[in-house]
Each structure stands twice: as C-alpha cells, then as structure tokens.
Design a protein around this ligand. Structure first.
Ligand code: N01
Length: 556
C-alpha cells in the first residue's frame, strides 16, 4: 500500500464506501446515510440501475413480475410508483431506479463513471483504503460491495472477433444511442435469457437473422400484458401485507409455490395444470409442483411437456429438434421467458445454426465461418453471458488482513459467511452476492434483506462498543457445508451454466449459491443474529498496536 504525500492529500475520509449503484448499492447508500454515517457510493456506469443501466439491448425485460421486482422498504415508494406491465421493459425499470434515486436524494452521494480498482485493508488503522481507476482514494471504516452477480460480460471468445468490419455489439454493453437494425443481416450468438429476448425482437427487423445456438435453453411464454388498473389498486392496497409474505417465500415473489410432488397428482389433472401454466404464465411451470428441482423423473415430465410445445410451435421438424434442450434438466439453467421466441423460427428470414454440431470456426471481416462456409453479416450481437457471481468482486484487487488477497482465497471457489461477510476481511460486506441466494431469488428483496441485516449488525456493534467485525473461519466452513448440502439436493448443479461457472474456461466448477430459497435463507440469517451474531468475532475501539502494548504491559 505504497502512497505518496500527494496521494494522502486527496484521500477522502468517510464512514462507508459503497461500490455499485444498482438496486443493492442504492439501498445500502440510503440505509447507511439514514443511520448518520458519511457514505459515498461509486458506480462504474454513468447512471443508477446496475444491470438495467448496461443491458439495454432490444427486447430487454425482467423475468420477475414487476409487482415483486421493486423495493418494499418504503410504502410511499410502492404507492407512488405505478408499473405499466406485468413484466416490465428495461427502460421502465431504469426509469424506476432513477425515480427512487431522486426520491431518496441519492445522486449527491454517487460518483458515476468511477470504477473501484483496489480495496485494501489497513491492519493498523482498521480501515479500508479504496482506490478507483479514475484516481479517487477513499479511507472508509466500512466497505459494502454491491457489485451484482451478472456485471462482467464474458465477451466474444471466438477467434477473429477483432477482425469483423461490421457492427459488433455485446448485449451487456449495448450502446446508449439508437442502433439501426432494420433491414440488416444480423447474427445473434448465444441463446440464454439475453439471446432469446434479442432474437424474439430482431427477427422482425433483420433482412436475415442467423441464430448461433450452442446449448439450447428452455424458454417459456412470458404472457406479458398491460396492468389492469383495478389489479394495481388491489395490489397497492395490500402491498405491505403481501410483501411480508413474499419475502419469506422461496423465490421472494408471488409466483405459485406448491407443496405437491408431481407424481402425487393424477395424470389428467397434472396435464391440465401444465397446460394452464403454459397458457397463463410460463414461469408458473416451475412452481406448480414441489419437486421439479429435486427429482429428475418429475423434472423429466415437465421437460418433455415443454419439448412437446416446441415441437407444436416450430413447423420445421429438424429446426424444432435442434431447439429442444436435451442435455440438462429443465430449470437447472435459468429458464428464459419470451414473447413468441419459438415462433420466429417459422419465419423465412430466420436461420438456426446449431453450433453443437457445427461450431463457429472464426469471425471474419465480413461475417462468421461455420462448417467451412462464410455467413455474411452486417451486425453481430454477442449475448454470450457473464463471468457471473465472482467476476465483479475478483475484478477488483481486494486485499484483507495482512495483505491477503481475495483472489487467492477464492482460487478454488468463493468462500464467505451468509454471502455477506468474509473471514480475513473485517468490516467488509457484500450484498446479494455469491454464497447467498443471489440470482436465484428476487434480487431487490434479497438486497433489502442483506442491507437490513448488515444495518442491524452495525446496531449491535454500536450497542456493545465494537468497531470491527469479522466472520470466523469455522462459520465460513459451516456455511459452505450448508450451501453444499442444499446444492446436493438440487438438480441445478447438474448443468453447465454460469451457476456452476463452467461457462468461463478455467473457473472452478462449484455451485456457490444458497439453493434453499429466500425465506429459509432469511431465517438462517435471523438465527445468526438471535444467537448473538454467532460466527463473528468482534473487536472494540483499541487499535491492534494499542492492544499489543496492553498485552505487553499485562505480561510484564
Ligand atoms: O447469458 P447465458 P445471458 N459460441 O450465460 C452462449 C439474467 N438475465 O446473458 O450455454 C457460441 O445464460 C452460451 O452457450 P453455452 C438471467 O439470470 C435475465 O443470456 O455456453 N455460443 C449461451 O447460450 C440469465 O440466466 C434476463 O453452450 C456461446 C449464451 O451464450 C443471466 O442473466 C434477461 C459462446 C449465454 O447465455 C445470463 O443470461 C437477460 C460461443 N463462443 C439475462 N459463448 C431477464 O430478466 C457463449 N455462448 C429476462
């Protein structure tokens, strides 16, 4: 931590530094300011909203219902804001984020276009020194990392990508200015949630669209619709009570969750339930039986049902067959929600390229080579995913006690306690991060739960005269055992996805998220608090040097 005098002059001394101004960072900033702490947030993007700031590709839309995907901490906010659609567009969610930021007067304490480069613990001062790529230096007692699970795009790992002379866009770094796609020859690489949404829209704009699909995804009909004002009024009237319930559910939302295992339901009734879910809202398919993520044979029934629907929609049997996912259980990779995705493959201007049998060999100045043939393109859209869960945290040089690096600590996989605290990194917190439910739960409610829990922890510290808190190694180990146990019961670790890290070459294969649901996770966290913040070590005012002196005095 070499620093010059000039460096020291520009150090800004604050209580809390929050990294990220997505929904987690925004709430963390608000809550820390509310408790009277001098708090600064920094954000790499040019505005608030996190993922919704960056992912502004055509068709970008949330796959969680808007009545759930919104802050619950302020009844004023949830009464004042009115969503227009069941599943809202990226632009409306971004508007919401900006509305909240204005309402809470957050902008004055967020520095945009500012990316954290290093976060280092000073053992002697028991404080964090945070440096940014833009040259800011902060000296903070606490650091809250709300960097998001899906914020580092994987990019295009295909030879020749730099040679392409046409327009190449990453879905997760979509330009702010209008991109003209009408009448162009477009190639979309990747068919996860982003790719599926893009394809469903640009198929109607392109002169010809090539969809480069490696692993097919299961996609379910979103059945989006305008909100009925009477329904909105009913939700608003009962919002506070409704939130009390939803934050203790598995997903953190109003999606149905059944306690009935699939084979407990007679076949006719079961089929009727599947049809009804498909017709009304595809995501209900995940919740109408209790064992779809636990029992492969039950999962197979739903997977077969969806494969059957693909076969019914897509007219060309060869194309339909290629679109049917076969290698992984349904829901083991996050299901996509779409609007007429499979239908676009019936259009004459859409060609599916099966990259499992014919991989993209390289990108050329004029297009893409597949099976030795060049497909000429004006535009390539890469929806190739993210270095998820750990990518954003590990892109910062984070060093804890005695200079220990987080990168080394996490070389074999992420290790933290409750997904909020890391042994060896005192007074540093993460929200909605790896080792918690993260992207498996309603992201906004999870962030609220995390920030509230951290806030309560700080209350406890204040009440007891502690100034430093650190997770113990034992607690971290036990927590990781719990995560592993929950994962071992789930089918989710079976797939090669960003959940398991297998989409990034060299990343250790793990299933690092808490698979027990938001409600159970919340109870686990509550229990830790009730047991006097079991699994944490606390220290009081004295610095380590002062403590060492005291120990010496006592010894003599
Ligand atoms: O990323 P992904 P995403 N050649 O990793 C393919 C959330 N989200 O951005 O699986 C060819 O799912 C890759 O193929 P394969 C949501 O949680 C939410 O789409 O590696 N293909 C895969 O098909 C989601 O789960 C919303 O074989 C290549 C695709 O790219 C998460 O974000 C919307 C390739 C990547 O899919 C991530 O979704 C969007 C290559 N070299 C995202 N490299 C909503 O709320 C990669 N691929 C609706």
């Amino acid at each position: 931590m070499a620093s010059t005098q000039a460096d020291e002059r520009r150090v800004q001394k604050i209580d809390v530094l929050v990294v990220g101004a997505g929904f987690g960072g925004m709430y963390a900033l608000h809550k820390m300011r509310e408790r009277g702490l001098k708090t600064q947030a920094i954000e790499a993007g040019g505005g608030v909203g996190g993922t919704w700031y960056w992912n502004r590709y055509p068709g970008a839309r949330c796959d969680v219902m808007t009545i759930d995907y919104s802050y619950s901490f302020s009844n004023e906010i949830q009464q004042e804001w009115t969503w227009t659609e069941r599943f809202c567009s990226q632009s409306e969610i971004l508007e919401y984020a900006n509305y909240v930021a204005r309402k809470l007067d957050l902008f004055r304490d967020i520095k945009f276009d500012t990316r954290a480069s290093s976060v280092e613990y000073d053992d002697a001062k028991r404080r964090w020194r945070i440096e940014t790529e833009q040259g800011d230096v902060y000296d903070a007692k606490y650091c809250i990392l709300s960097t998001g699970p899906l914020s580092v795009p994987k990019g295009v790992d295909i030879p020749g990508a730099d040679d392409f002379q046409g327009e190449l866009y990453l879905s997760a770094r979509w330009p702010h200015e209008k991109v003209e796609l009408d009448g162009k020859r477009i190639g979309v690489i990747g068919t996860g949630s982003s790719g599926v949404q893009i394809v469903s829209v640009v198929a109607h704009q392109a002169s010809h669209l090539h969809v480069f699909q490696r692993t097919p995804s299961f996609s379910l009909p979103m059945r989006n619709a305008k909100m009925d004002p009477e329904y909105v009024a009913q939700i608003k009237k009962h919002y506070p009570a409704m939130r009390e319930v939803t934050r203790m559910t598995f997903s953190g939302g109003t999606r149905p969750a059944s306690s009935r295992p699939l084979f407990s339901v007679p076949v006719d009734e079961r089929n009727a339930m599947l049809e009804e879910a498909w017709k009304t809202a595809g995501h209900n398919l995940l919740g109408i039986f209790s064992d779809l993520l636990l029992y492969k044979e039950a999962n197979d029934v739903v997977a077969d049902f969806v494969r059957g629907k693909i076969g019914e929609i897509v007219k060309d049997p060869d194309v339909a067959e290629k679109l049917k996912p076969k290698s992984e259980p349904i829901f083991a990779r996050r299901p996509c929600l779409d609007t007429n995705y499979y239908e676009v493959f019936n259009k004459d201007n859409v060609t599916l390229v099966d990259c499992l049998s014919t991989p993209i060999e390289r990108i050329t100045p004029r297009g893409v080579i597949v099976a030795g043939e060049e497909i000429e393109l004006d535009v390539i859209i890469a929806a190739t995913g993210f270095d998820a869960l750990t990518g954003a945290l590990l892109s910062i040089d984070i060093k804890g006690k005695q200079g220990a690096s987080l990168k080394e600590k996490w070389a074999e996989g992420a290790r933290s306690y409750l997904g909020m605290a890391i042994q060896g990194f005192p007074n540093l917190f993460t929200t909605a991060a790896v080792n918690g439910p993260s992207a498996l739960a309603n992201f906004i409610l999870l962030n609220e739960q995390n920030v509230n829990w951290i806030n309560d922890l700080l209350d406890y510290m204040d009440a007891n005269g502690f100034d430093t808190v650190e997770a113990t190694e034992e607690a971290e180990n036990k927590w990781l055992d719990r995560i592993a146990l929950l994962a071992s019961r789930s089918l989710m670790p079976k797939a090669n996805t960003w959940y398991t890290g297998t989409n990034i070459p060299g990343k250790p294969r793990t299933f690092p998220m808490y698979a027990g649901g938001l409600g159970r996770y919340t109870e686990d966290c509550q229990l830790v608090a009730q047991n006097g913040y079991e699994g944490f070590d606390f220290y009081s005012e004295a610095s380590p040097e002062a403590e060492a002196e005291l120990a010496e005095e006592e010894a003599s």
